[in-house]
Design a protein around this ligand. Structure first.
Ligand code: GCW
Length: 682
């Protein structure tokens, strides 16, 4: 059963279009592989088996170029001098991790060359070349030069050492600490391979709510074993650092970053780690957030904490990813304002090897949030994006929600911080501020479920995250197209409607959970299902009522000048747009304004009616998704067809649950009837 699911987007199904298959065969008459490293062996093997599976002919692997129509692979250094010379200017088009796929003439014969400055570039090139075949693209006269636009393309695993996964909905952690280091689960290799195939080059193995034990020799030995598996795939290992580790495992009395013993402890710890793992990536830190220890426990600030750790790893080339996800009950007036207030004043104060990791929105991974005001507001500090791939607030691994659509919406947002066109993507890829360190992190949705991600379509979110981390300007629709072809089928009658289903799935979840800028009204703690009524939690900003503020007069959080003035954290042009009820995009209306139930929406409906109709629309959209999927049976293997069908049925039931729960609850305040077109609660 699991086999198809398990193979993710690396199915390499036989190419059924016979004309195309024979064209491919004629152009792929053998592999010439230069290079001897582990990475180049992997690249050769991938090419060999990929071609074999798709075309059913086993290409010969040769060590020199004979005849014609060979695929030549190897990094710049190992290519023969004639080829090197003929394409030397092409290397100017790529960076250290980039690749070139090019049809070349060698001794007057045509061949396809896959190369890069480094071995890992060749590997990326191979996966990209295989994708051309998987998606049935032409391979005549190729001339592709592509490079990742960010340096750190990384998964954040919120995996605990007991293998539970915080906000994980796909089983337990992949990392079998008990059997490591001597037992290498095949899954580790398959995981590395899947990541490399989309260009992911880093992984934080452990939860940001960190356990200091991971930094003890007993665990570091196991981390080392994983790093050894991932290295040939171009993937670096990172760990989370618990700020109080010097006390917990180091026997010190304090973790004060200004204390010499403390900074020495971290320096020694870094040296110990780098001795085992010379290419260790560095640390990800959640400090003074949700009860985690941090520099503020000692009257110090984020800069003190981050820079102390940065100094410990800098001799080895390590980085510190310091999270900006902070909020506290002591300033509960508006949680959305706190990260900006705490971090923006520190712009330019962090060491060069610190990158501040900012969630896409100012609250917490909601179905829709406006972009985080920190993007573009710290021009002298590298900022990296943190997206959540696991669906904490979006129906876990039960609901089908195609997240690259959400990611794209954020990346395209214009911050106006340096005038029009200052998109979040430009902040992230460093093109705006010319920061050297750039990155995108995704909170992983991977576990030891047979299909990795719980929902077969959640694989698309892992894939799409990787693609956007590689190039934040890619279009989510193109990514969906690629993913579907690689994962399921190239049949147009399948691709067209199912792509449509994926694209609309993001708006559907917004509509049936949190239309018009509503947010954080999920039931408490687990965040599954509706809970807008919850009001009894100890911290005000944990209660959904804090976010929707529904009353007789209306609904929504007033973050305008008249309210908490969170809008002032944006560039003046954006501030103006959000601040004004007339110009505020309706999709963010209740995020920024408290609006009367009778407020007239652009479509002429009152807010109450409009909201009710949106909830209904969300339900209808899920119904549409079901209708689309039900027609795909002949294109999809029986198991995945059935799985998705069952999951969509649950999603439909739960979309109605959301609609009914929210409308019945809010109706107590609006005191109004449901408009025509909205089904009566069941
Ligand atoms: O989204 C919230 C989650 C917490 C998480 C926290 C964070 C790891 O509910 O489970 O903790 O954010 O991002 O630190």
């Amino acid at each position: 059963i699991a086999q198809k699911d398990y193979k993710l987007w690396l199915q390499f199904d036989r190419i059924t279009d016979t004309r195309l298959a024979s064209e491919y065969r004629s152009r792929l008459q053998g592999i010439v592989s230069f290079g001897n490293s582990e990475t180049s062996k992997i690249a050769t093997k991938e090419l060999e088996t990929g071609i074999f599976n798709m075309l059913e002919n086993k290409p010969d692997v040769l060590s020199e170029i004979k005849g014609e129509n060979k695929i030549i692979i190897g990094s710049r250094a190992v290519l023969n001098s004639e080829i090197q010379k003929s394409i030397s200017s092409d290397f100017d088009k790529i960076n250290e991790e980039g690749f070139i796929i090019k049809t070349i003439l060698f001794k007057n014969k045509k061949h396809i060359l896959i190369t890069g400055k480094k071995e890992v570039g060749v590997l990326y090139g191979v996966y990209n070349f295989l994708r051309l075949l998987q998606t049935n693209k032409s391979i005549q006269d190729l001339n592709i030069a592509d490079s990742p636009k960010t340096n750190i393309r990384i998964l954040n695993h919120w995996d605990n050492l007991d293998r539970t996964v915080e906000r994980g909905y796909a089983g337990f952690s992949l990392w079998n600490w008990q059997k490591l280091p001597d037992f290498i689960d095949q899954r580790y290799i398959d995981y590395a391979r899947a990541n490399a195939s989309v260009g992911i080059n880093g992984t934080v193995l452990t939860n940001v709510n960190a356990n200091a034990l991971i930094l003890t020799p007993q665990y570091l030995e196991k981390v080392e074993a994983l790093a050894n598996v991932f290295r040939p795939y171009g993937i670096k290992v990172y760990l989370t650092a618990r700020f109080s580790a010097p006390i917990e495992i180091g026997g010190l009395k304090t973790a004060d970053p200004k204390d010499a013993d403390v900074s020495n402890w971290w320096k020694n710890k870094a040296a110990e780690i780098y001795k085992r793992i010379p290419d260790f990536g560095g640390f990800l830190v959640k400090a003074n957030s949700e009860g985690q220890p941090g520099p503020q426990n000692y009257g110090r600030d984020h800069v003190d904490g981050a820079n102390m750790l940065a100094d410990a790893v800098v001799p080895f080339g390590g980085v510190i990813m310091w999270r900006a996800f902070v909020y506290s009950e002591h300033d509960a007036n508006d949680r959305a304002k706190q990260a900006y207030a705490e971090f923006q004043p520190y712009d330019g104060k962090f060491r060069d090897n610190v990158i501040v990791q900012v969630k896409n929105g100012a609250i917490d991974f909601q179905p829709r949030e406006p972009f985080h005001p920190l993007f573009g507001a710290m021009p002298r500090t590298p900022l990296m994006m943190e997206f959540q791939i696991t669906q904490e607030y979006l129906g876990f691994s039960t609901h089908l929600v195609y997240l690259p659509k959400l990611y794209q919406e954020i990346l395209e947002s214009d911050t106006y911080q340096k005038g029009k066109g200052t998109t979040v993507a430009k902040v992230i890829d460093g093109s705006l501020t010319k920061t050297k360190l750039t990155g995108i992190a995704g909170v992983s949705n991977i576990g030891n479920d047979l299909n990795w991600t719980g929902h077969p379509f959640a694989q698309a979110n892992w894939y799409g995250f990787g693609r956007l981390a590689w190039n934040p300007n890619l279009d989510s629709e193109t990514i969906a197209d690629e993913w579907l072809r690689c994962t399921f089928s190239n049949q147009e009658n399948f691709i067209k409607p199912v792509k449509e289903m994926m694209i609309q799935s993001r708006e559907a979840v917004v509509n049936y959970m949190t239309p018009y800028g509503l947010h954080h009204i999920m039931d408490t703690g687990h965040h599954y299902g509706p809970g807008p009524w919850v009001s009894n939690l100890s911290r005000p900003e944990w209660n959904p009522v804090y976010y929707h503020k529904a009353d007789k007069n209306g609904i929504g959080f007033d973050r305008s000048k008249k309210g908490t003035n969170a809008t002032a954290q944006y560039a003046p042009e954006i501030e103006k747009i959000f601040d004004n009820l007339e110009t505020c995009p309706e999709k963010d209306l209740l995020w920024f304004h408290h609006v009367s139930w009778d407020y007239k929406l652009k479509n002429g409906q009152t807010l109450w009616n409009g909201m009710a109709l949106k909830y209904q629309e969300g339900v209808n959209q899920v119904k549409d998704m079901q209708n689309i999927w039900n027609k795909t049976e002949k294109y999809v293997d029986a198991d995945r067809f059935r799985e998705v069908q069952m999951l969509l049925e649950i999603q439909y039931k739960e979309a109605k649950w959301w609609r009914d729960a929210c409308l019945l609850y809010f109706q107590q305040f609006s005191g109004k009837e449901l408009p025509k077109g909205v089904e009566k609660p069941i």
